[in-house]
Write a protein that binds this ligand. Sequence first.
Ligand SMILES: Cc1cc2nc3c(=O)[nH]c(=O)nc-3n(C[C@H](O)[C@H](O)[C@H](O)COP(=O)(O)OP(=O)(O)OC[C@H]3O[C@@H](n4cnc5c(N)ncnc54)[C@H](O)[C@@H]3O)c2cc1C
Ligand code: FES
Length: 260
Amino acid sequence: MNPKKLVRDFSVVKNIILNDRHFILELKAPEPLPEILPGQFVDVHVENSPGTFLRRPFSVYSVNYSGNSIRLLVQIRGEGTKHLGQLREKDQVNLIFPLGKPFTMPESENVLLVAGGVGIAPMMFLSQHLNSLGLRPDLLFGSRTNADLFEMDLFRIQCRNVFITTEDGSEGEKGFVTDHSVFRSQPFRYERIYCCGPDPMMHAVAKLAEKLGTDCEVSLENFMACGFGVCLCCITPTIHGNQRSCIEGPVFNTKVLTWH
Ligand SMILES: Cc1cc2nc3c(=O)[nH]c(=O)nc-3n(C[C@H](O)[C@H](O)[C@H](O)COP(=O)(O)OP(=O)(O)OC[C@H]3O[C@@H](n4cnc5c(N)ncnc54)[C@H](O)[C@@H]3O)c2cc1C
Ligand code: FES
């Protein structure tokens, strides 16, 4: 892993508006990208937004080394993300990257990626990276409705099986990801679960993994301020004491988390 953090102005290649709450920002670096690993994130400076003093953290959604570009999948939550959604081709945006600890690479492709909502972002990059290692994982993606399922064609190429749940039943199995029948398959064949999504969902998946005797890594989306380990506002309780989500995380093995 490259421990060096870079601060660079990226230029917007395109901003793809997916629906009224989501967009994909493609950003080109001014020079060749360093190695970036799945689970790592970037801290984005939001310009011309007085209410957004702090940088905003986003998982890397995909990396194109030959084009020196990365993509971010963003859900509009407040002022900062609303401003980022208004960026257009050739606008500049300042990033600190790559930040945080990545996912651990598996021994085999027998792994299940579980995502809820915009927690799908690190899973796109994780499946892309596993493909580059010759591995095709399975994906279980839960969203509120099928209008929030993005780039599924790409996931179907990168993953062996794509399982879907929607809360309104508009696609896949109706309910939450933890209700999906893949968790009732006997024997449960996955060596590890990788999970990202809302906190209650990650808690529920962690509990299921424990019950099924499967290793589980989660990517936490704790509130962050500095993004590089000094303000301590992103801490999470672990068996090693409080750890900073921006440095020791955002990826944690659920065995070390003392959240339940
Ligand atoms: C490691 C990490 C990776 C993330 N990856 C993604 C991603 O790939 N795509 C995506 O859409 N979102 C991601 N998020 C969440 C994203 O950072 C917040 O939605 C964003 O910062 C909200 O900014 P805002 O100004 O629009 O909202 P605000 O108006 O500031 O707040 C709206 C809500 O967003 C949350 N929030 C605000 N600031 C932060 C912050 N600095 N860190 C975490 N949560 C915050 C608050 O809980 C609040 O309820 C990630 C967060 C973390 C910590
Ligand atoms: S965000 Fe400041 S220590 Fe993690």
